[in-house]
Design a protein around this ligand. Structure first.
Ligand code: FPP
Length: 468
């Protein structure tokens, strides 16, 4: 007969049983990170939205954090999705949470497979009813061969109940004469916990400013570093994850930076080539970008009302018309510099963006709008505006533009920065990290062109006003 006390092999001495201080070397990537995802309700309340909207945005934060953990090389990520105390919440909210888990599972299963994520459940998920439980189990089975990250989702979990279960199993075995009580040690008990096949817990994060463990991984947290952040869970992202020690040592893998750079260069080359040819080639590119922006916008504002849909339509259409019109005025009358003017708009937008990135990263300092976009700094804004003024100015002088364009460069660079902030604000409100996923390493088209939208419209207006 197999005793219920037989320690599981996979964990070995290195599993939860053997964990001790300093297992994650200073500056090393944590092997196992656990998160108490708190603050969904407050996030929604601050926006005047129902609690379910907070949970929905929380599910997006789950997706982002899982990706950040995969990219960072973390081995296990354990998320407190539903505590055994959560049953006390209103029936409607419990049902919303269950629906959301079902939805998340259906939508993300492919991503779990693609990213090599193994799903594991801890707690007593059977309490969620046969249908959801069966689907969860099916996903667990389908992903069991994945090895990059284990995503352990705690459902109907309570740490004290987990410890009581382990104590009962030990007591039963001792009463049956299978176990000498004197042989019970930490390793023996840990081998009976739900986390027995996970690496030792290195880092436990709780969001939303609460400083409690709330019956989560009490045993496992014995040597873990604890990190409490005021960030509400739906706002938690890769930057917040990287800010948690020792995850602070985690750097984006080179492959991701390389992917981002290659896609960036390809996008710029495509835009420049199509712009150079003008005519149908440029029209197709602009129409495709404009359609993608509208599509991504419409998805984000679903449920926000008709005026947001209309706003998105104009937001996507106006810059497209402006760019095409400015470009095609070339040669009508002869001497009009359509190509050069559109290129000026590109130069101002891109140099504002790139200048802001490098100056902000070098000098840091006070944040520009921390609640909207935590990475942007005032020094970055100034750096972006100066870079755009310089490069836009050089181009304008080189092409012999009207001197007015020299004055417009800093002004337009400012609008590009605010276009960028506006898009970040929309994404926060919608609870998504990226507007889309079409551009590898960059997110969506709207993510990439948020600065160009105001600059394109204003360039068109400046030409209408007589500047050439
Ligand atoms: C706590 O916020 C959060 C929860 C009880 C649920 C967490 C669930 C999700 C993030 C969504 C689905 C999960 C998965 C794994 C897809 P709260 O409601 O207690 O917030 P409050 O303290 O501000 O009220």
């Amino acid at each position: 007969m197999t005793s219920s006390l037989t320690p599981l092999a996979p964990g070995g001495p290195d599993s939860a049983a053997g964990q001790g201080e300093g297992q994650a070397a200073v500056g090393a990537i944590p092997r196992h990170v656990a998160i108490i995802m708190d603050g969904n309700g407050r996030w929604a309340a601050r926006r005047g939205l129902p609690r379910v909207a907070g949970h929905r945005a929380g599910a997006e934060a789950v997706r982002r954090t899982m990706q950040a953990a995969v990219d960072a090389g973390v081995e296990a990520l354990t998320l407190y999705a539903f505590s055994s105390e959560n049953w006390r919440r209103p029936e409607e909210e419990v049902s919303d949470l269950k629906g959301l888990m079902r939805f998340y599972l259906e939508r993300e299963l492919k991503t779990l497979q693609k990213e090599g994520v193994r799903l594991k459940l801890i707690g007593e998920p059977a309490a969620f009813g046969n249908e959801l439980h069966d689907r969860l189990q099916q996903a667990v089975e389908e992903t069991q061969g994945n090895e990059r990250l284990t995503l352990a989702v705690a459902l109907n979990y309570g740490s004290q109940a987990e410890l009581v279960g382990a104590a009962r199993a030990l007591a039963r075995a001792a009463a049956a004469g299978e176990l000498d009580p004197e042989s019970i040690d930490e390793a023996r008990l840990a081998s009976l916990l739900h986390t027995r096949d996970l690496p030792p817990l290195d880092l436990l994060i709780r969001t939303s400013g609460e400083v409690r463990l709330s019956n989560f991984l009490l045993w496992q947290a014995a040597y873990a570093e604890l990190h409490f952040t005021d960030t509400l869970w739906p706002d938690f992202d890769e930057a917040a994850f990287a800010a948690a020690p020792p995850a602070a040592a985690v750097r984006r893998p080179m492959s991701e930076i390389a992917l981002r750079s290659i896609t960036g260069v390809l996008m710029v080359l495509t835009a420049l080539t199509a712009e150079w040819f003008g005519g149908t080639a440029f029209a197709i590119l602009v129409a495709a970008a404009s359609t993608a922006i509208y599509y991504e916008w419409a998805k984000m504002v679903r449920g926000w009302g008709f005026k947001w849909q209309l706003g998105g339509f104009l937001y996507a259409l106006l810059p497209a018309l402006a760019l095409l019109w400015v470009r095609e005025r070339a040669g009508d009358p002869p001497g009009n510099q359509g190509f050069e003017l559109v290129l000026w708009a590109f130069i101002v937008t891109w140099s504002a963006d790139i200048g802001a990135f490098f100056v902000g990263r070098t000098f840091g300092g006070p944040k520009l709008a921390p609640t909207v976009s935590p990475n942007k700094t005032i020094s970055g804004l100034v750096g972006g505006v100066l870079t755009a003024t310089l490069l836009g100015g050089i181009w304008a002088l080189h092409e012999g533009f009207h001197w007015g364009w020299l004055l417009l460069a800093p002004l337009f660079a400012l609008t590009a920065a605010f276009g960028d902030l506006f898009e970040s604000w929309m994404k926060r409100r919608a609870g998504v990290k990226d507007s889309g996923r079409i551009l590898p390493g960059h997110g969506g088209v709207f993510d990439r062109l948020d600065g160009l939208v105001p600059v394109a419209i204003l360039t068109g207006l400046a030409v209408v006003a007589g500047l050439s």
